[in-house]
Design a protein around this ligand. Sequence first.
Ligand code: G3P
Length: 227
Amino acid sequence: MKTPVLVINFKSYRESTGRKAVEISKLAEKISRETGIEIAVAPTSVDIVKVREQVSIPVFAQHADPITPGPYTGRINVENLKDWNIDGIIINHSEYQLRISEIDFLVKAGRANGLETIVCTNNIDVTRAVAEFSPDYIAIEPPELIGGDISVSKARPEVVENSVRIVERIDRNIKVLCGAGVKTGEDVKRAMELGSRGILVASGVVKARNIENAIRDLLKGMGEMDG
Ligand code: G3P
């Protein structure tokens, strides 16, 4: 993905699953084309192939299981995501936390299969630990702010700033994203000023009364930043 990037995590909300997943993805594609700012979407594993077929913006899986192809009922492996040209994987989201060895497995599997990896972290210590695996992105999301109305960039600016500093020290190629409670362009702007290269958002878009306006407002905070 190019940065700055807005990653919209659809989670399992009624407003962003089924046909709505495709609708929001098409809308995101239209807005991304118009503004020139990268937008990626992360639909459920049920909706992901349908979305992939309908849009050309980056499509990420919300999760993958740390397994190789084989006898694992109900699980999703990275090779299977690659089969359908999925661009990347969100790993270790606060709502789907994994063991450190599983995170390592998935970052390596992503790299081996050409999928980008976004590893979510809930605090600085976890950020420091997973930076050693050199994922493409680390997304810092304080769990207590997820789904709320106060953004990480306003409530916990030091977490974003310190994460950027620590990650830079370990591997300058990793891009730091942040998320949780991000609702406005102002929240986004503040996050970018703190060194974030993009935003991971869910409710601020999915639960908005007007999804198009919500996305456009968030992008205002990205303006014409790096490339
Ligand atoms: O993955 C994005 C996320 O956890 C943030 O959720 O609803 O606070 O934007 P939300």
